[in-house]
Design a protein around this ligand. Structure first.
Ligand code: ZN
Length: 367
């Protein structure tokens, strides 16, 4: 496996092989190495990464100030200490020895990639990390950490904003869970428009992400939650993207789009109860690309997030990566076989009602 940047025209995959060493422990649902090995194997099998693609070194040594622009110093100290001894943030989120070194690699690579995109070296970047981020709030205390240490997305976005490399960033969070950390960090900030599609928080971790959480102060109207019912199908999911994300792009006019992509929306994922099928993922990624091409010079930074069925995660991540890298063909085979159509009229009706409620709540961005 190569380390560094794999180029495909105007797009690039960013990955550092040191991240493979991150091990949440036996029995943990997040199997980092297995998932990444399966993903890269598929990318090579499908010829998306190949010998002719140049591999560049692209390193950025993370400055602690870049973490402290987002997070409390106490969290930084806590994680640094746990990283030397080994320990736990909570029962789901171990901090194995060496975690902080890998955090610096993951966040530093993300900052470097985002900077290269904004400087015009690439149009699109796909960031491959080893741990989550969107549940990490600024202090990141409380009961549940959701496999996250620091908020990777927020760290590189704040860096771009502080350096004036971007003035407005739109985040489309397609993980099955609500990104409570991203919401909290940018809740008062109109320079980041956060749109999250996730499963109904009444039945899903972390329990936030309702339609009426719209932002506060100057950030009012720049936080859009789309809490979809259990068993939501691909048709309703894509409708939400078409009727909420697409007009929001047109009206907000960001400098770049950040696609946070999780495969835990899939009907086979053990951590959610949505009914999304594999064909949804390239269709969603394609919509992001088309909007970005029209609105923000094609700039998209994709970051892989949750997904706990390994064959599903590898396939879904390959599909989204393939769209971003202009793969000529994509194989949407379901790793566990095709399923019967699971559309249920009452679920569709409730999903439609959520989409309508979101549009009514955010009329200025939806016209
Ligand atoms: Zn998730």
């Amino acid at each position: 496996m190569s380390s560094g940047v794999v180029n495909s025209g105007r797009a690039a995959v960013f990955f550092r092989k040191e991240l493979l060493a991150h091990d949440f422990g036996s029995g943990h649902l997040y199997r980092v190495k297995e998932r990444l090995d399966a993903y890269f194997t598929l990318l090579r099998e499908k010829d998306i990464i190949n010998k002719s693609a140049p591999v560049l070194e692209s390193k950025h040594s993370l400055n602690e100030d870049e973490i402290l622009a987002v997070h409390d110093a106490s969290l930084l100290e806590n994680i640094k200490t746990l990283s030397t001894t080994g320990g736990w943030l909570d029962g789901d989120t171990p901090v194995p020895i060496g975690t902080y070194e890998r955090i610096k690699i993951q966040l530093g690579t993300a900052i470097k990639a985002a900077t290269l995109v904004m400087e015009g070296k690439h149009d699109r970047a796909v960031l491959i990390g080893a741990f989550g981020g969107h549940h990490a709030t600024s202090a990141h205390t409380g009961k549940s950490f959701g496999f996250c240490y620091f908020n990777t997305s927020a760290v590189w976005i704040k860096k771009l904003l502080r350096q004036n490399l971007a003035k407005r960033v739109l985040i489309l969070d397609l993980d099955a869970h609500h990104g409570n950390g991203i919401q909290e960090i940018f809740y008062e900030d109109p320079s980041v428009l956060y749109i999250s599609l996730h499963m109904d928080p009444r039945y899903s971790f972390p329990g936030t992400g309702f339609v009426d959480e719209v932002g506060s102060d100057a950030g009012i109207g720049y936080n859009i939650n789309v809490p979809l019912p259990q068993k939501t199908t691909t048709q309703t999911y894509l409708k939400a993207i078409d009727e909420i994300f697409t007009p929001a792009m047109k009206n907000y006019k960001p400098d770049l789009v950040h696609l946070l992509f999780g495969s835990d929306t899939h009907h086979h994922d053990p951590l959610s109860q949505l009914s999304i099928t594999m064909d949804c993922y390239p269709a969603a990624a394609q919509r992001v690309r088309e909007s970005a091409d029209k609105i923000c010079g094609g700039r998209v930074i994709t970051q892989l997030a949750g997904g706990y069925d390994i064959p599903v995660a590898a396939r879904a991540f390959y599909l989204v990566t393939g769209v971003m890298l202009d793969a000529p063909t994509l194989d949407i085979t379901e790793p566990h076989g095709e399923i019967e159509d699971r559309t249920e009229a009452d679920v569709t009706a409730r999903g439609d009602a959520v989409i309508t409620a979101v549009k009514q709540k955010h009329t200025s961005l939806m016209t």
